[in-house]
Design a protein around this ligand. Structure first.
Ligand code: SF4
Ligand code: SF4
Length: 391
């Protein structure tokens, strides 16, 4: 079934090359095989047994960031990221190359709490080395993992209803303050926020590694967990989770979750928000899955304009995290990150704001975390200032 889907997508490609325009890896490597058209052709050659599954092929297919910038340019409507999920599954079937990384990903996502505890206890020993290697932001410290189940608005606020938060792994284990900020904004606006205990990883890292069967079992758990809830909306603070839970589940497993991202959710509340003001200048970094997956460009900018921030622009493009890409392709990842930092520095803006916890983590490796924020933190700050004028 997946094989047929892959063959179908590969055959749609007419090799026109329009998709190369915005591809970050094509731009960096100046090589057809590191761009979307070349990768699509290689995939076709792999599945039709024209070429064997070599290490070189693995490198070309796995160096794709799965950012989706190429998909929007394709006149034949090839679903390029979907083809690459399926292509990687096919590659895994034909070869053991990359097996260690896949086992690591599988074990980590199947036992995230145990991994978190082990890693947290070893962290004092590893911290210096990880910081030197630029694998974590300077000064990063583990906080207790996010485990709140229900947060109710105070009695002084008019009740609006109940929403569910899909917390996501990065926020749950590394950045629980983002979930706290989101819950605080929502409870401040009168929403009860529930975060069900049955949530598991959305499965994006599994799909990126071609482990589609395992991702399907994660999808089933999430679908069951969130179906049981009586809520008005399910919201996520991570656009990668939103795209995976909705669109990708639907395409691969036949059923997707109704979930929206925090930017769209806040935007619906915009007209009812108190008129808060934060002075200063900022750049908004578009996460790939928000820009190319959710087609979101103006919404976060309007939101930030609403709080009074003066926005400056930098060129679009991936920050270089892209899940395990930043570990497997360190050189490419660092180059993309440096480009972002330089573009941000050139604007002279004070703050760098994004709507993805992964991008936030990545950007904080190279720009002081005092200056990098998730968009929900800006609204939390604005809400605090509104409650305590004069701050
Ligand atoms: S998903 Fe991104 S990195 Fe991969 S081929 Fe498309 S544009 Fe290039
Ligand atoms: S734009 Fe679409 S049809 Fe053209 S080369 Fe890229 S994937 Fe193939």
């Amino acid at each position: 079934m997946n094989y047929e889907k892959l063959l179908y997508e590969s055959r749609k490609c007419v090799l026109c090359g329009s998709c190369k325009t915005d591809c970050p890896t094509y731009e960096l490597k100046h090589s057809e095989a590191f761009g979307p058209r070349g990768r699509m052709r290689l995939l076709y050659a792999l599945i039709t047994k024209e070429i064997p599954p070599t290490k070189g092929l693995y490198e070309r297919l796995y160096s794709c960031l799965l950012c989706g910038a190429c998909k929007r340019r394709c006149p034949a409507e090839v679903d390029i990221p979907l083809a690459f999920f399926l292509g990687r599954q096919e590659l895994n079937r034909q070869t053991h190359i990359g097996r260690f990384m896949r086992i690591l990903t599988r074990v980590s996502l199947s036992h995230p709490k145990s991994l978190y505890r082990v890693f947290r206890s070893l962290y004092p020993l590893l911290k210096r080395r990880l910081t030197e290697m630029r694998l974590i932001p300077e000064g990063f410290e583990f906080m207790p993992m996010y485990s709140r189940k229900v947060i109710k608005p105070s009695n002084e606020v008019k009740t609006r209803g109940r929403i569910a938060l899909f917390v996501g792994c990065s926020v749950r284990y590394l950045q629980p303050y983002i979930a706290d900020a989101f819950a605080r904004v929502c409870t401040g606006m009168g929403y009860e926020v529930v975060a069900p205990g049955g949530e598991v990883c959305c499965g994006a890292p599994l799909l990126n590694s071609g482990m589609i069967k395992l991702a399907e079992s994660f999808a089933e758990k999430n679908l069951q967990t969130y179906k049981r809830l009586e809520v008005q909306s399910v919201v996520s603070v991570c656009p990668t989770c939103v795209v995976t839970l909705g669109d990708t589940y639907r395409k691969l497993f036949g059923e997707g979750m109704e979930v929206i991202d925090s930017v769209s959710f806040l935007y619906h509340l915009l007209s009812e928000m108190p008129g808060f003001q934060i002075e200063g200048s900022a750049v908004f970094h578009d996460p790939c899955h928000a820009l190319y997956g959710l087609m979101q460009k103006d919404t976060p900018r309007e939101l930030l304009g609403r709080v009074g921030l003066k926005l400056k622009e930098i060129p679009e493009g991936c920050c270089g995290l892209a899940g395990t890409f930043s570990l497997s392709f360190r050189g490419l990842s660092e180059t993309l990150l440096e480009k972002k930092k330089n573009a941000f520095s050139d604007t002279g803006a004070e703050l760098l704001i994004t709507s993805c916890p992964g991008c936030l983590f990545q950007l904080s490796k190279i720009i002081s975390s005092e200056r990098v924020f998730h968009i929900v933190e800006i609204f939390e700050e604005a809400l605090v200032r509104n409650e305590q004028p004069g701050q």
